[in-house]
Design a protein around this ligand. Structure first.
Ligand code: AMP
Ligand code: MG
Length: 347
């Protein structure tokens, strides 16, 4: 299959390109499209055989459920049995935006979307391109990130093509995604809402609105079984083994410079680090800087590009620098620990 790229303006999307992409969705095909978080791999969320194509193209385990993307909040009504009061508050406050809500599903939602669970994950994205595409398709669009399973999520159309060229019909290219990490997933079927995955809406913002929120046990323990099935899988991994340094800022920098300087005598060394640490590394180290560690938004936006930087410039080992778990830093560190396969050095 030839994959076509439709380049469009993110702020003023051209109708005819999106209409053609929507036709592909309606007829059961796959379209990769931008959202404010990462690029999604979309199919008609009410068509089981279209949804099955997503799992095949990505090599995604079938028990890892998909998020349904909608264009207007009233569309939740036919997909869920009940919208509890706390979910209603979250929708009003954070939709459209990078927040996914897990709710009890109706029979309108196919088992293929939910991995057989009696709940469904739903999001109303802020991206105008995404919402126009959903509106034109006239159905909820099921969409995980548009990468091969296990790899870093794509934040550009080029990263989508690197994984899925030839496997999907269309990539809608509206440039790089603004946020750069996936949506926050909150389970609203528990008496107190539960954070299943940190993401684009920060824990601080959720707490300010809800007053209380539980954290899924698996967020702080490698051994607990996560309630978001996808959180148990290896994810976001670059091609070379990665070691993550966490702790005090200046200790991390010194430890990475030290480890890289020793390793580079016998290995090709890569570093996924802040611009601050990048400036301290010897020139022989291949550096992918994700932005300033003082700005978690910048780090989130640059993280997946940095994790993919060594795909075309292979290295034997990657040293990565952790940041403080404040704001988007919580989502960033969740992704980095997984990308490192929990090989962590505490500084
Ligand atoms: P992705 O779209 O690949 O970014 O992943 C979506 C995340 O939401 C994964 O971690 C899924 O396991 C999780 N998820 C989707 N549907 C549900 C659900 N019904 N209950 C709990 N977690 C879900
Ligand atoms: Mg994903």
């Amino acid at each position: 299959m030839e994959t076509k790229v439709y380049a469009i303006d993110a702020k003023c999307p051209e109708f005819s390109s999106l209409a053609r992409a929507a036709e592909v969705i309606k007829s059961g095909g796959l379209v990769a499209f931008p959202t404010e978080t990462v690029y999604g791999l979309g199919a008609n969320g009410l068509n089981p055989s279209a949804v099955a194509k997503i799992f095949k193209a990505k090599g995604r385990p079938s028990d890892n459920p998909l998020i349904l993307h909608i264009a207007d909040s009233f569309e939740v009504e036919k997909l869920v049995r009940l919208v509890p009061a706390n979910a209603r508050v979250l929708m009003e406050k954070f939709w459209p935006g990078p927040l996914t809500l897990v709710l009890k599903r109706t029979l309108a939602v196919p088992d293929e979307v939910t991995g057989g669970l009696d709940t469904v994950a739903i999001r109303l994205p802020d991206s105008l391109v995404a919402r126009e595409l959903i509106r034109l398709a006239g159905v909820p669009i099921a969409a995980p990130s548009a990468n091969t399973s296990g790899r870093p999520s794509p934040t550009t159309a080029q990263a989508v093509l690197a994984d899925l060229d030839g496997k999907i019909s269309i990539v809608v290219d509206a440039g790089p995604c603004g946020i750069g990490v996936e949506s926050t997933v909150v389970d609203c079927t528990t008496p107190v809402p539960t954070l299943l995955r940190p993401g684009g809406v920060t824990l601080e913002k959720l707490l300010a609105v809800l007053g209380e929120i539980e954290l899924d046990a698996a967020l702080n323990s490698e051994s607990a079984v996560p309630r978001a099935p996808g959180m148990k899988y290896t994810h976001y991994a670059p091609l070379a083994p990665m070691v993550l340094y966490e702790g005090d800022e200046s200790n991390i920098s010194a430890a990475i410079v030290n480890a890289a300087t020793i390793a580079m005598t016998s290995k090709r060394v890569g570093a996924v680090v802040s611009t601050e640490t990048a400036a301290l590394l010897p020139p022989k180290v291949a550096v992918a800087a994700y932005g300033s560690r003082q700005c978690p938004e910048e780090v989130a936006a640059g993280l997946y590009q940095a994790l993919r930087a060594f795909d075309s410039n292979p290295v034997d080992v990657i040293y990565a620098e952790g940041i403080a778990e404040i704001g988007l830093g919580l989502a960033v560190m969740n992704r980095m620990r997984k990308a490192a396969g929990y090989r962590i050095v505490n500084c």
